[in-house]
Design a protein around this ligand. Structure first.
Ligand code: MN
Length: 257
């Protein structure tokens, strides 16, 4: 089995070494990751300037290709330039910080998995609550537990799955199949004043607007369960489609008849 591993936290991202070592038990692992941290870039790509990959190493000495671009670029570049033929599986992560709810739109980790799906490769994004930073080996082990189940289930070509690991304790967490809780959060900027009177703003951590519904990714994490959400790339709002169809038919008749 050939596996492509990427992330958005860069070569020093917590848990990248641990997950690579675990994945090596399943097959040959190629690591292609952003040369520097690219958290929160979403599905950004690099095309106004060239990209460059240089050979590098992870903290444990494992070889990695370090790309000057974004997480989604890593997938494109790996598949189109670095790898001979598409891999059997793409894993993106582990990201330090959960990627649930509307964060899926901001996440470079999830975008890399989605990009893998574009290319028809089964792709799994793995993120963890920040509380687990001191034990990323345990995060990698839980990620493998889910990956083995997913692989055993037979991932379809281009399937994209978003996995979140909750704060871990001694007990093995339950695994829940969930839906994205795609409700916007309450956000705020923290204002601070720098020397010479300059004012800066930092976007603060977002808070939920209401309790997340049962069955959602956010609720699973709050309950201490591993969240597994199958994702799709079609953003079409089918309900709005039927409402707009009549309105747009009228416009077309007035314009062209
Ligand atoms: Mn990140």
């Amino acid at each position: 089995m050939r596996i492509l591993l990427t992330n958005d936290d860069g070569p020093n991202g917590p848990g990248l070494c641990e997950l690579r070592r675990e994945l090596a038990a399943l097959g040959d692992v190629t690591v292609v990751c952003p040369a520097e941290e690219r958290s929160g870039v979403g599905h950004a790509i690099t095309y106004l300037v060239p990209v460059r990959a240089r050979p590098g190493r992870l903290a444990d000495g494992a070889p990695a290709h370090l790309l000057s671009g974004m997480p989604a670029d890593c997938i494109k570049f790996a598949l189109l330039v670095l790898m001979k033929g598409p891999p059997d599986l793409i894993v993106s992560g582990p990201n330090l910080g959960a990627n649930a709810g509307v964060d899926l739109f901001y996440s470079g980790t999830v975008a890399a998995a989605m990009e893998g799906g574009f290319y028809g490769v089964p792709s799994v994004a793995v993120s963890t609550s920040r509380e687990n930073e001191a034990d990323m080996a345990a995060v990698a082990a839980q990620a493998m537990r889910v990956l083995r189940l997913l692989l055993g289930s037979g991932l379809a070509p281009g399937a994209v799955v978003n996995v979140n690991i909750p704060p871990l304790s001694d007990a093995e967490p339950e695994i829940r199949l969930t839906s994205q809780y795609a409700v916007p959060m309450i956000e705020e900027y923290v204002r601070f004043r720098a020397p010479r009177g300059r004012v800066f703003y930092f976007l603060d951590a977002a808070k939920g607007t209401a309790p997340a519904p049962p069955g959602s990714d956010v609720a699973a994490l709050e309950a201490g369960a591993i969240s597994v959400t199958p994702l799709r790339r079609d953003l079409t709002d089918e309900a709005a489609m039927s409402r707009l169809r009549d309105a747009l038919t009228v416009v077309k008749a007035k314009t062209y008849d």
